[in-house]
Design a protein around this ligand. Structure first.
Ligand SMILES: Cc1cc2nc3c(=O)[nH]c(=O)nc-3n(C[C@H](O)[C@H](O)[C@H](O)COP(=O)(O)O)c2cc1C
Length: 216
């Protein structure tokens, strides 16, 4: 894989980003080590959501969008907001590999990640509405990988899986709405049930497999 240049964006959704006592952060560290082993050049950017200005959908945002849609002049604060949203969108669209580092909280993504999604799930930018439903605009071999840590073990018994919004939502939003080619998931799972070594051994094995598919 040496020499491949596509840009990778790591979106770290953990409030305690960088604290390697946390399993999602350990997974992220492993991912970066693997990246460095495999590529000559470092074309990887890390976005720690909890240290960044990630605009939220509030009164300001809705008025700014309405002004943009009707061609009204933006005021200074709306201009700032539009600028930040454009930066996030450009960074996202320029990254053909997106890695989401995520603790599982109440079966879901963290609220900052939801805010982030609200800045990139933008009609006519990353997808469009058609008579046949949404159609993805990010179709040029974009791929997404979720590095997820969870207390429990993912069981496909039909009882818990419908509420596992974290992976269902991300897979659907990225692949079915925005048009990403593939969704990869590596779990550090069962941290409340197994030893840290057991959790990380399984995660490391799966990361090896998924990493190859992610970049091949
Ligand atoms: C507020 C909160 C909610 C949680 N909800 C879930 C959950 O829905 N499912 C689950 O498997 N684990 C849940 N857990 C456990 C975490 O997913 C687990 O501790 C995981 O390792 C967190 O990632 P981290 O180690 O990177 O911090 C929750 C933990 C917290 C603090």
């Amino acid at each position: 894989m040496k020499g491949k240049q596509v840009k990778t964006l790591i979106i770290n959704t953990h409030p305690l980003y960088g604290d390697n006592n946390h399993f999602s952060q350990k997974l992220m560290k492993l991912f970066i080590e693997k990246y460095k082993e495999n590529f000559n050049t470092y074309n990887l950017e890390i976005l720690n959501l909890y240290e960044q200005d990630i605009p939220v959908i509030d009164k300001n945002m809705l008025t700014m969008w309405a002004a943009q849609a009707t061609g009204l002049k933006l005021d200074d604060s709306q201009k700032q907001l539009a600028k930040r949203q454009k930066e996030l969108l450009e960074q996202f669209k320029n990254s053909h590999r997106v890695v989401i580092v995520a603790p599982t909280y109440n079966f879901n993504i963290t609220s900052k990640m939801k805010d982030y999604m609200d800045n990139v799930l933008i009609a006519r930018e990353t997808f469009m509405y058609t008579e046949d439903g949404p159609k993805g605009l990010m179709t040029d071999d974009y791929r997404v990988m979720l590095l997820a840590a969870s207390g429990s073990i993912n069981v496909q018994d039909g009882r818990v899986s419908p509420i596992e919004f974290q992976n269902h939502y991300l897979k659907t939003a990225f692949c079915d709405i925005m048009g990403f080619d593939s969704f990869h998931i590596v779990r550090a799972q069962g941290v409340a049930l197994r030893t840290a070594d057991e959790v990380m051994m399984e995660a490391t094995r799966n990361l090896d497999i998924e990493f190859k598919k992610f970049y091949q």
